[in-house]
Ligand binder design. Structure first.
Ligand SMILES: [Zn+2]
Length: 276
């Protein structure tokens, strides 16, 4: 007899291709919008697999294309927030972060008629320099966060943070953190959670890594961007460190995602955490 499979969290950082390239949002008007078409493509893939996910929707996208957000919600997926302007939180003033996130959450709640329970920071940018952001999440009624990457990268990470869901207690608020998933392997903490890592490693590496975490009884959070299913999106000049991961092996995403959905039990994050 096999053991009961662990349910992992499937999460989508719902933003268009030009929004995670560190280009200020005041300049976003000049780029081609592709989020609706690729969002519908993603919804078809999830529907065929019979899997529901959490969509952390960027506020800018929701205001410009409320229709696709409604379609995601009516298909039975969870709507969370990815902030408004995809700015690194630790570069923002507290009051700017607060007004942007408040605007994004209110727009989503008015659109769907449901409370927004979950938050994922742009670029996983809750670090030791921006822990104050957690207090603002609490003030806005957010019940869980999934932004802290327990590794160190040039733009994110808290290397010594816990690797599995835990409770964060702040002075006034308490909520659950679902850290971005990693595997400890030969003394090294290896990101296994999706995004560019999903395209860089062979599929079998991702599969065996998730299995290894699940064997210890723990869930993984997997994340994907809709533009990773759109290999033909425009190529623009961005710094090499960004271009390398952004454009790498996009043609493999769709095939690999379908395998992943068949190989693992996955659900929206609020269900995995038992939050409502
Ligand atoms: Zn993002």
């Amino acid at each position: 007899m096999g053991s009961v499979p662990v349910t992992n969290a499937l999460t989508i950082d719902f933003e268009d291709w030009y929004q995670g390239l560190e280009i200020p949002y005041a300049e976003w008007d000049r780029f081609e919008d592709r989020i609706e078409a690729v969002g519908d493509k993603l919804l078809r893939i999830l529907d065929e697999a019979g899997v529901k996910a959490t969509f952390f929707v960027l506020g800018y996208v929701a205001e410009k294309f409320p229709g696709i957000v409604k379609r995601i919600e009516s298909a039975g997926h969870e709507i969370g927030t990815h902030g408004f302007s995809h700015t690194l939180i630790y570069t923002q003033e507290r009051n700017v972060f607060e007004s942007e996130l408040g605007r994004a959450v209110k727009f989503l709640e008015d659109l769907t008629g449901k409370k927004v329970l979950g938050h994922r920071a742009p670029f996983f940018s809750i670090t030791k320099d921006s822990l104050w952001a957690l207090d603002i999440l609490g003030e806005l009624g957010i019940k869980y966060d999934s932004s802290i990457f327990p590794v160190l990268n040039y733009r994110y990470g808290i290397a010594d943070a816990p690797r599995f869901p835990y409770t964060i207690k702040r002075e006034k608020y308490e909520f659950i953190e679902f850290p971005i998933s990693t595997l400890k392997f030969a003394g090294v903490t290896m990101p296994i959670s999706g995004g560019a890592y999903f395209r860089i490693y062979p599929y079998q590496v991702t599969k065996q890594a998730i299995k290894a975490v699940n064997r210890s009884g723990k869930p993984v959070t997997f994340y994907l961007h809709p533009w990773e299913l759109d290999p033909d999106h425009p190529r623009i000049d961005v710094p090499r460190r960004i271009a390398l991961t952004h454009y790498f092996n996009l043609g493999a995403t769709e095939r690999r995602l379908k395998k992943l959905l068949a190989d693992f039990k996955m659900a929206p994050m609020k269900e995995v955490l038992g939050v409502n």
